[in-house]
Design a protein around this ligand. Structure first.
Ligand code: CU
Length: 385
């Protein structure tokens, strides 16, 4: 088992207060005048200015990728800091099953083991048709089981850089304790593009037709909502920001198919659409512009099969977790694709999944980024007779 986490000695209440006061505290990479000049040279004056103005309107810089990063956190692998090098031993010729779990509060990790292919066989504990990759992004609360076959080297680095490229967790697979392999450098810090926010309607896979979203009334004129996506698309085949065209084969949701058919089989009887909303500067997070404390519970009828459609109106990525019931993710055409318990929602995406309300009671439904949940991106789900 490889448990990834983010550690700080700072008091969580104080950290939350810091983000409320200065949401960009850990993001001091403002683009410089030199960058502006380079953009103008490359793209011309008008498009550069238009892009900058759009970013200004969204109260974000194109380098804001995470709320908290390695400036605050130390990234751990099985509770061990990078220098202490957690090591898992293998025997020669052995096939090794690794279960990766992202147990961090706020951090997405991009994981790879240079020199080894990884064959992903399960997502969130549920078997999928095996898919072989060089790298995968793991959202907070997600789990991936991968098979590796070490051969030819005595030691391999398990490298997990954060998605904002500020630090990494690291460990080693080795024949003996004390061995290690080279540690890769961090990838370049990605720059967000307008298309990442669902503002051009282009899907990188080219498969999805963008739909014009209808935004909930509670978002309109809401001081805690700073943007809305115009043309959200599923982007199931997109490796994600900072992972495109990096020369490695990267896992996507679209590449994963459950080993079984739709476990329920019924067409959804109804649809609930929820928008992921927020305000970057105020560090406000919500569903449909309403915080947890202000919102009515979502009521499900015991035994019903329904579809939940999520639209991400924010510039951040949110791992959305429904307690008590499975989330059966659909492909871009609405067919069953993949059973999960946590569904990752990159900026500007629209993704849907089927839920069978087979667990009576009151359940938490929330973004799994700790401080987004704390800020209000959460709902109670009630399953009633
Ligand atoms: Cu979130």
């Amino acid at each position: 088992m490889v448990l990834l986490s983010d550690w700080t000695d700072a008091d969580p209440v104080a950290l939350f207060r810091r983000m409320k006061k200065d949401s960009a505290f850990d993001n001091y990479y403002q683009r410089t005048v030199g960058d502006l000049a380079a953009d103008v040279q490359r793209r011309g004056f008008a498009p550069t200015l238009a892009d900058r103005k759009a970013w200004g309107k969204m109260r974000m810089t194109p380098t804001d990728l995470s709320d908290i990063n390695a400036h605050t956190y130390t990234y751990l692998m099985n509770g061990t800091a990078p220098d202490a090098n957690w090591t898992g031993l293998f025997a020669r010729g052995e096939k090794v099953l690794l279960r990766f779990i992202n147990g961090s509060a706020m951090t997405y990790f991009d994981v790879r083991i240079p020199g080894l292919k990884m064959t992903v066989v399960a997502a969130d504990g549920q078997y999928i048709h095996p898919v072989t990759v060089d790298e995968f992004r793991i959202a907070v609360a997600e789990t991936f089981d991968v098979l590796v076959e070490p051969a030819g080297q005595e030691a391999y680095t398990i490298f997990a850089q954060d998605s904002a490229r500020t630090g990494y967790a690291r460990g080693t697979l080795a024949l003996h304790a004390g061995l290690s392999d080279a540690i890769p450098g961090l990838d370049p810090r990605p720059i967000l593009a307008m298309s990442d926010m669902g503002h051009d309607g282009m899907d990188h896979s080219g498969h999805d037709m963008p739909g014009m979203p209808k935004h909930p009334a509670t978002e309109q004129g809401n001081p805690l909502v700073d943007m809305q996506t115009m043309m959200p698309v599923p982007r199931l085949d997109d490796p994600g920001i900072g992972l495109r065209n990096n020369g490695r084969t990267v896992l996507t949701y679209g590449a994963m198919h459950s080993l079984f058919d739709d476990p329920d089989g019924r067409e959804p009887g109804r649809e609930i659409e929820l928008h992921l909303t927020g305000h970057m500067e105020k560090f406000a997070w919500s569903f449909n512009g309403q915080k947890f404390m202000e919102a009515e519970p979502l009521r499900l009828k015991y035994g019903e099969r329904l579809r939940i459609v999520l639209v991400n109106d924010t510039m951040m990525t949110h791992p959305i977790h429904l307690h008590g019931m499975w989330s059966d993710v659909e492909d871009a055409r609405g067919a069953f694709l993949l059973r999960k318990h946590t569904v990752d929602m990159p900026p500007g995406t629209r993704r849907s999944y089927r839920v069978r309300a087979d667990a009576l009671g009151r359940w938490a439904y929330h973004c799994h980024l700790l401080y987004h949940m704390e800020a209000g991106m959460m709902r109670e789900v009630r399953v009633e007779e």
